[in-house]
Design a protein around this ligand. Sequence first.
Ligand SMILES: *Cc1c(COP(=O)(O)O)cnc(C)c1O
Ligand code: SF4
Length: 346
Amino acid sequence: MIAEMPETAPITSLRQRVGAATWQRELAAGYRDPAELLRDLGLSASDIPGDVPRRCTFPLRVPRAYARRMRRGDPHDPLLRQVLPTSAEAHAMPGFDCDPVGDQASLAVPGLLHKYHGRVLLLASAACAVHCRYCFRRHFPYREAGGGTGDFAQALGYIAARSDLREVILSGGDPLVLPDERLRDLVRRLEAIPHLQRLRIHSRLPVVLPSRVDDALLSWLRASRLQVVLVIHANHGNEIDGETAAALTRLRDTGITLLNQSVLLRGVNDDAGELAVLSEKLFAAGVLPYYLHLLDRVQGAAHFEVPAGRARTLHRELRARLPGYLVPRLVQEVAGAPSKQPLCQP
Ligand SMILES: *Cc1c(COP(=O)(O)O)cnc(C)c1O
Ligand code: SF4
């Protein structure tokens, strides 16, 4: 059974905005009703293992451009599985909690996380185009943590005062849901901080909403004095269709570095053959695999977990199939550690 999901405000209001860019209209027009998504895929809630819940604090959100890559009539489609709320999320599991990676302990000032040497992570936006069911920030209290407020003054003050910082990571949420004027303004203020050399952007938009990669975005990326690294997020080869590959190629042509991070997810990509296809499709579009993360143990995502032993085996199989530069680093985030932790296996 499915009922109405609570509407969440900020993106809907764009629907009315005159002069909104194509991507903003597409963002506003994304699926929010699981019943509608399932119907368009030729499925019904009864086809889905477990129930589709009536209510959900982290409701369904999926751009239509992403849903078009799902296989019709397949309740086990790996893209659908990443985005469809199911009753499995309600099972409380020991060891799975709301802040699995210690984000709240590493808030330097409101909206800014400082965990690792030389780089800080700015919670530039609290919103995303897609709600990934396994997201480690699905319970993140953006409001209390000062993320996505649009007020970057304290964060910029902290960055300016720390001359050991070389890199700022725009994250969220998804920073690219912000309008280009806002991003351009933020980036100009970062460029004015002399010790900064690199700007990193963590975004799933080029994958789930490729129309986001428009001339306005490309123009401020191209103009920055900072070296720009864009880390996209795709977990399965089916996420890279022609439209996304074309968007990635346009990004590459601006001269920025493109990397991908994935999360190892049961029932989505826990297969060496699928992971190899993903790496090859990414590289064909100009993107190097960066990290393959073990699932962060966030409440509601236990059904996605691939145990560390199995992850190591998959990673060994992947290394046996691909050139080294197409093998992402298998890592796990451990709260309090000085970097993401590699899961090595000789
Ligand atoms: C993951 C993360 C980074 C980036 O780590 P890299 O190993 O440089 O990719 C930076 N800051 C925070 C808070 C993070 O969680
Ligand atoms: S796009 Fe990233 S931050 Fe947003 S829900 Fe998905 S995993 Fe979480």
